[in-house]
Design a protein around this ligand. Structure first.
Ligand SMILES: *Cc1c(COP(=O)(O)O)cnc(C)c1O
Length: 176
């Protein structure tokens, strides 16, 4: 439970991430056909949105890594992505996390995890666990009941992350 947080849709967590980790002068990366809210939240935190080219409408790990600068604080990645419907296999996500600087938060937005049947897919739980094991707090997986559960109006999202991350959210989010 200490590693899990519930929210007003996973959207709330995406907004909190931008508010918490981004300030003017910072950069955050997403892919060219990414879920549109990332850019909105990055801009409302006063940071610079950096859109990276995809390859065949699929996130390109090398292109993401090439876009990293010392100002990069977050990589937002929907896996699978909305609206392209493409996904990155577990090994590609692992490589992305391994090659990103430790200080960059990798946000794995797994809003559509419930729809994936591919054996090489991993929603992000193992990535968070690997980070926790090495004492890092630089991966968060966000989930929602809006898509797989068809419960968009309920506004129920959740996330799994290191305790330092859930603790931070519990301290800054709206109390009710
Ligand atoms: C729908 C969606 C969300 C947000 O859903 P909530 O209703 O806020 O939980 C987040 N990411 C992606 C990729 C989505 O398609």
């Amino acid at each position: 439970p200490a590693n899990t947080i519930c929210s007003n849709g996973s959207d709330e967590i995406l907004g909190l991430l931008a508010q918490t980790y981004l300030a003017p002068g910072d950069e955050a990366i997403f892919t060219e056909h990414a879920f549109m809210v990332y850019k909105i939240y990055i801009q409302s935190a006063g940071a610079k949105p950096v859109a990276v080219k995809e390859t065949d409408e699929r996130a390109d790990v090398d292109a993401i890594l090439a876009a990293v600068t010392p100002a990069t604080k977050i990589v937002f990645l929907a896996n699978p992505n909305n609206p392209t419907g493409t996904y990155l296999p577990a090994r590609a996500m692992k490589r992305l996390r391994a090659k990103l600087p430790k200080g960059v938060m990798l946000v794995v937005d797994a809003a559509y995890a419930e729809f994936v049947t591919a054996k090489d897919y991993e929603p992000g739980i193992k990535l968070v666990d690997a980070a926790r094991r090495s004492g890092d707090d630089n991966v968060i997986m966000t989930r929602t009941f809006s898509k797989g559960g068809g419960l968009g109006g309920l506004r129920l999202g959740w996330a799994y992350a290191s305790e330092s991350v859930t603790d931070l959210f519990n301290r800054i989010r709206m109390p009710f």
